[in-house]
Design a protein around this ligand. Structure first.
Ligand code: AMP
Ligand code: ZN
Length: 488
């Protein structure tokens, strides 16, 4: 079966052909570990976890590199004083590398909670300073970069003057880019505002600094990914992924660096995952429109009416295609919870029941299997795959009621396929006996009893219910819409 992947570079779905037989090299931009990852970040990493799992399931040997950005990622205006790590370390009164450690640990914990597999290599930017210096030197030698006041910049106009096209990935026109950019303070050392930093000179106050041929400084964010992907996957590799918002300038710069350095386009298939939104707005730390993953799981947030198990969140995310925008909502999460419970119920029936042996199956397993694989190999279409899984779910319940039949061979294959798709490919996990649902129902009973006690002015009892729950780590919160709870 051929795998089709939507390639952002061509804007089309293309047949996937790896460079080396059955081996796939995949690089995904990792987090900038200066604060907690939000739920939006988790969605992107989960999208690529699903893609990774799918590739492995389809029989590819995957080298999956996802880096940790622990230096060099400046805030938007590119001002050296806005190094995210330095800023955060001042705020928290910690060393920058303590900030890095703290949020790397948080990142790993969160991804584990949502059942993401670790990448096969997880390099850090600070562990590859030498490689970045070497690449910078190479770009200077080839005339694509210039030094200015201890910093080194990539010369975008020079790149284009050699018949190359800065803007090819994000489909931007360089003239428009130039017309739309102001020359911000601190950027005057560049020949052109679109030139981007490969190496930045460190001001005396800048704590994160390394020696280089151009004096003490630190690497530019775009070059980090080129250095690490080239080192572990080669000058040209199969798949590069990241969130849609990284396409420009980050990935555009990676294309330019790769082509300028090695004369080849660095990546065959560029994949971009779409954004998670909340209230219709992109989830983002800087606007404050965000929710932390653990706040959703514990219920300590204002947005959701109750806590949701991480695998429900995962199921909810998987119900959208990775290239579609997904707006989170309480209703959708509740619907996902119901759907997930039905799926797990069917799995239980499938694995624990004895069905009478039949001569023929009333379910065309071969056709169904093909439909599932068609969805999976059609640019990793998880929502369509899930829709097909629910056809099997309906069949399983009919089988239980004796309204359908299945042969022994088909039953075994159905078990294998359902288990592969549900657990290995989608990465869902069986929640023990709907514990979440039972707990929720129990707490709703207690909330009702407390409200009744309050109505009849029995405040001793109502306070007792609240305080005893609090002692167990369950906090009741009275709001305009009624009482909700959170579990710490
Ligand atoms: P950062 O740590 O800021 O580099 O972000 C880590 C990853 O999360 C990147 O691939 C971003 O594109 C992605 N990302 C950021 N915001 C969102 C969002 N609202 N929805 C989905 N992915 C996001
Ligand atoms: Zn990157």
């Amino acid at each position: 079966m051929t795998l089709k992947i939507y390639n952002s570079l061509s804007g089309e779905k293309e047949t996937f052909t790896p460079i080396h037989d059955n081996s796939v090299g995949m690089y995904v931009c990792g987090p900038t570990v200066y604060s907690n990852v939000h739920l939006g970040n988790v969605r992107t990493f989960m999208s690529f976890d699903f893609i990774y799992r799918s590739l492995v399931h389809l029989g590819y040997k995957v080298r999956y590199v996802r880096n940790i950005t622990d230096a060099g990622h400046l805030t938007d205006d590119g001002d050296v004083n806005n190094d995210r790590f330095v800023k955060q370390s001042r705020l928290e009164k910690l060393e920058p590398m303590e900030i890095v450690q703290k949020y790397t640990v948080d990142f790993h914990k969160v991804l584990e909670v949502f059942n993401l597999l670790p990448p096969t290599i997880e390099p850090t930017a600070t562990g590859h300073i030498l490689e970045q210096i070497e690449l910078t030197q190479k770009l200077i030698e080839k005339g694509f970069a210039y030094e200015s006041k201890g910093s080194v910049y990539f010369d975008v106009l020079e790149y284009n003057s050699r018949g190359l096209n800065y803007g090819e990935l994000s489909r931007r026109n360089i003239e428009e880019l130039f017309a739309n950019t102001r020359d911000l303070d601190g950027q005057s050392e560049k020949k052109n505002p679109q030139d981007f930093a490969l190496w930045k000179a460190a001001s005396p106050a800048h704590i994160m600094r390394w020696n280089s041929p151009w004096g003490e400084g630190f690497p530019g964010w775009h070059l980090e990914c080129t250095a690490m992907s080239t080192k572990y996957l080669g000058e040209r590799f199969d798949i590069h992924g990241g969130g849609m918002d990284l396409k420009f300038p980050h990935h555009e710069c990676e294309v330019a660096q790769g082509k300028a350095c090695n004369g080849v386009t660095p990546v065959n298939y560029w994949m971009h995952a779409n954004m998670l939104t909340m209230n219709g707005q992109r989830m983002s730390k800087s606007t404050g429109n965000y929710i932390l993953p653990m706040e959703l799981v514990s219920g300590s947030n204002e947005f959701f009416e109750k806590p949701f198990h991480p695998t429900i969140v995962r199921f909810n995310f998987m119900q959208a295609h990775y290239r579609s925008v997904l707006d989170i909502s309480n209703e959708a999460m509740v619907a996902s919870e119901k759907g997930f419970q039905r799926l797990m119920e069917a799995m239980k029936v499938l694995f624990n029941s004895n069905f009478p042996a039949a001569e023929v199956s009333s379910f065309d397993l071969k056709v169904w299997k093909e439909k599932c694989y068609t969805a999976l190999t059609d640019d990793f279409n998880s929502p369509i795959l899930i829709a097909h899984l629910f056809e099997a779910v309906n069949f399983i319940f009919k089988l239980k009621d004796g309204k359908e039949t299945i042969t022994e061979n088909d039953l075994q294959e159905l078990k294998t396929l359902m288990s592969d798709f549900v657990f290995d490919v989608l990465g869902l996990q069986n929640i023990e006996e709907n514990n979440n649902e039972k707990l929720d129902q129990t707490l709703q009973v207690l909330i009702d009893l407390r409200n009744q006690a309050r109505k009849s002015k029995n405040f001793d009892l109502s306070d007792q219910i609240r305080d005893r729950l609090l002692a167990e780590g369950i906090e009741l919160k009275d709001g305009r819409e009624g009482t909700s709870y959170s579990i710490s």
